[in-house]
Design a protein around this ligand. Structure first.
Ligand code: GRF
Length: 270
């Protein structure tokens, strides 16, 4: 098995995906160790799961930081190394028709919270940052500082739908209400958009007569607990890279960054 990689994990809630990762490590299905678990929510049950395994934890009080920004703008400043022009140019979060001032405030206030997040992570060097139900959008300020131009990138997320269908916070709910006959989950690298990054792995399951939103969520989570450790393992084995693909089609040029998965190393190689 390859050398264990160091995982940083961010959670906001129950942390069942974090638990699945910790279990996969314990059962030697995943060559990794979790070096920290951070949260924006002091009540996150995922923090207890981490502590129970002796993993260091921290909380970055997003709500307070963002409130300070909303109510006390002269006091609240983005970090010194934040460039609004750069963040605006890179972000893919909002349509251009949106309110530019709101977008600027959003980018500056996120950077303020993210500077604290980066500071909290600094004592714990890591190879991969795993978002496991972390309910905050990460802005280009944070993403660029974590990735620093690496390929593969090093922030992974799990989403409760078969992307690119149903981005946003309620993937299983949106899938179920739409009347889909298949639901699923997706692990992807994080890019500058919301749930738009290059896809690493997906798992699907049928929605049957008699299923409810509750049963779809439960089946979905069970798939997530298998998929996330598998995708992290591919990263640990050095088998993931991203590639820019360009297609010239009759309707115009299409471009997309995709994940390419290398075959497993031959036994005895390396
Ligand atoms: C999961 O459904 C995941 O896809 C989404 O948030 C949920 C987190 O669940 N991003 P848990 O905290 O891991 O139990």
């Amino acid at each position: 098995m390859s050398e264990p990689i160091r995982l940083g994990v961010l959670v906001s809630g129950g942390g069942t995906n974090l638990q699945a990762i910790l279990d996969a490590i314990r059962e030697e299905r995943l060559p990794a160790r979790v070096v920290f678990v951070g949260s924006d929510n002091p009540e996150a049950k995922g923090l207890d799961r981490a502590r129970a395994c002796g993993v260091p934890t921290f909380v970055v009080p997003y709500r307070e930081i963002l409130r300070r920004f909303a109510h006390d703008p002269p006091q609240a400043r983005p970090p010194e190394d934040f460039s609004l022009a750069e963040a605006r140019a890179r972000q893919r979060l909002r349509s251009e028709g949106g309110d530019p001032q709101r977008l600027d405030r959003f980018l500056a206030s996120r950077a303020a919270a993210e500077a604290e997040l980066l500071a909290a992570m600094r004592p714990f060097p890591f190879d991969l940052l795993v978002l496991a139900g972390f309910m905050r959008i990460l802005s280009p300020y944070f993403i660029d500082r974590v990735n620093a131009g690496r390929n593969p990138p090093r922030i992974m997320n799990i989403h409760p739908a078969l992307l690119p269908a149903f981005p946003g916070t309620d993937g299983y709910g949106d899938t179920f209400r739409y009347g889909c006959k298949v639901a699923g989950c997706t692990v992807h690298f994080v890019d500058y958009g919301e749930d738009t990054g290059p896809i690493i792995g997906q798992r699907a399951f049928p929605i049957e007569e008699g299923d409810t939103l509750e049963t779809v969520r439960r089946k979905g989570l069970e798939q997530e607990w298998r998929l996330y450790p598998e995708c992290i393992r591919l990263f640990a084995e050095g088998r993931l890279r991203t590639e820019r693909r360009v297609w010239e089609l009759a309707g115009g040029r299409r471009e997309r960054t995709v994940v390419v998965i290398a075959p497993p190393a031959a036994p005895g190689a390396g």
